[in-house]
Design a protein around this ligand. Sequence first.
Ligand code: SF4
Ligand code: SF4
Length: 280
Amino acid sequence: MYGTGLLKGMGVTLKHFVESYVEDIRWIGKGGRYYNDDAMRVRQSLKGTGMVTVNYPEEKLPVPERFRFIPFLVTEEPAPGQTYGKDFCTSCGICAKVCPPQCIWIKRGKLPNGRPNPEPEEFYIDIDVCMNCGYCSEFCPFDAIKMDHDYELASFDRTTAHIHDKARLSKPLSYWRSIAPTRAEEERLLREAAANKKAAKKGGGAKPAAVANAAANQAAKADAPVAGASGAPPPPEMIEITDDMPPDEIRKARIANSKAKSAYKKQLKAMGIDPKSVKI
Ligand code: SF4
Ligand code: SF4
């Protein structure tokens, strides 16, 4: 019937309106339904009924770890009396080159002997131009620039307050670890794996346990009898990744699985079998 949809829509609004008051009453005695973290968690979950909106700025939603706003420069912990610690940035300029709207400016310093100093003397980002794409952070070879979670940057002065200089951009590594613990841990493990690989190449380093496990798995597979009509050997056993695993273990398992997979593919290729024809 003409107008039924309109009535249904109004009914939904009315339902939420009534439920808001029912929920308000239900939370009396439990700290109230507003400005209360427990209540907000329920309100924002699938169980939430009634008013689901957030009373910003008094209430704020936590941002996910991969949230990105304006980049910041990662530094070492500042010494007492210092504004910021030693830069991770080497002023290589890659971030400025890849930045799509070209909002990064870097001035590289010079050593007393006239050679370039691998540290930025000045570093600016125009936050009004930055489009929060995260390319600078993705491309930085030194993990020296990261995307910040601080989104409350509005001000009345757009001429200077929105051009972030080195002092404003610099934040210690502990800050990055506090806002993105999983990613920071992944990066640490990757750095560690790369260092181990380098040391192993030189013959002086120990292989990480997960890599050694993968190698052992692969060796076992190499000895396994050829199975299946295609003549392909059985695929390597993958380490199962579960939600309750610590990030350290997850990282190691991923590295081990990926190494086992690529070794298996190489083995297939050596046998003249197209790896794409085998399900791993
Ligand atoms: S890419 Fe990284 S190291 Fe290079 S200038 Fe940018 S922040 Fe510094
Ligand atoms: S986030 Fe994107 S736009 Fe912003 S500074 Fe980095 S590369 Fe440039």
